[in-house]
Design a protein around this ligand. Structure first.
Ligand code: SAM
Length: 230
């Protein structure tokens, strides 16, 4: 009897795995059609199951190219946005990467799969704890911190790459200071309704070069160097 139940469970999970793998393949194809060219980014997005990072009631929408709600009124970003930002970040294996806004943990896991040494900060305790459980279950060695990410994580700075996954009114000074010379930061900057994706390169101790890309809409970055809490 036990064997039959297990056999059936295996069949069901095999069905789900195959189903999601196919959906993931279609999502990657769509990202390619929308202009994402970075092969390594497409490869890791084709590997990492997005359904693991969202509520089971939304599993049927896991591979839609849309942001989806997670707990605490926050979101897991749209796959296109994740792919676009990760491509702009140009992560090299071995890079030390700081992410602000752990959220579901999906972006942090992609950075990990790209070979980065990942540090991620989340200001909502519940999300921080959920992400820790996920990283442990996946066996991914990701450094996490609960707190205000607008102040960065000085102890492990400088970072080769910094990615901010929430909307900021400006580029936080602490994050600029913690970026390595030759390093790169990707951050959406603007008002609460619309932001421009900024890429900041640190040329020397005091010189930065800034590029601006398309418009996006993120949940607000709340903290000392971000927006005030509502
Ligand atoms: N990267 C996430 C993912 O892969 O699911 C998506 C992040 S969600 C769009 C933005 C996250 O930033 C939310 O979880 C929010 O709580 C967090 N956040 C906002 N302000 C923050 C701050 N000052 N420090 C750390 N996290 C912050």
């Amino acid at each position: 009897m036990t064997t039959i139940i297990f056999a059936n469970l295996n069949l069901i999970s095999k069905f789900h795995n195959d189903y999601f793998r196919e959906q993931r393949r279609s999502m990657v194809e769509l990202l390619r059609q929308k202009g994402i060219e970075d092969k390594r980014v497409l490869e890791v997005m084709g590997e990492l199951p997005r359904e693991l990072f969202i509520n089971p009631s939304l599993h049927n929408r896991a591979y839609e190219d849309t942001a989806l709600p997670i707990d605490c009124n926050q979101t897991i970003s749209q796959p296109y946005t994740v792919a676009f930002m990760t491509s702009l970040l140009k992560v090299e294996p071995g890079n030390k990467v700081l992410e602000i806004g752990t959220g579901s943990g999906y972006q942090a896991c992609l950075l990990y799969l790209l070979g980065a040494k990942v540090f991620t900060i989340e200001r909502i305790l519940e999300l921080y704890e959920q992400a820790n459980v996920k990283f442990r279950e996946l066996g991914y060695n990701i450094n996490t911190r609960y707190g205000d990410g607008t102040l960065g994580w000085k102890e492990f700075s400088p970072y080769d790459r910094i990615i901010v996954t929430a909307a900021s009114p400006r580029i936080p000074t602490s994050l600029k200071e913690q970026l390595a010379i030759g390093g790169r930061m990707v951050i959406p900057v603007g008002n609460k309704n619309s932001q421009v994706m900024c890429v900041l390169e640190r040329i020397s101790e005091n010189d930065f070069k800034e590029f601006r890309n398309d418009h996006f809409k993120f949940v607000p970055l709340i903290g000392k160097e971000g927006w005030e809490s509502e």
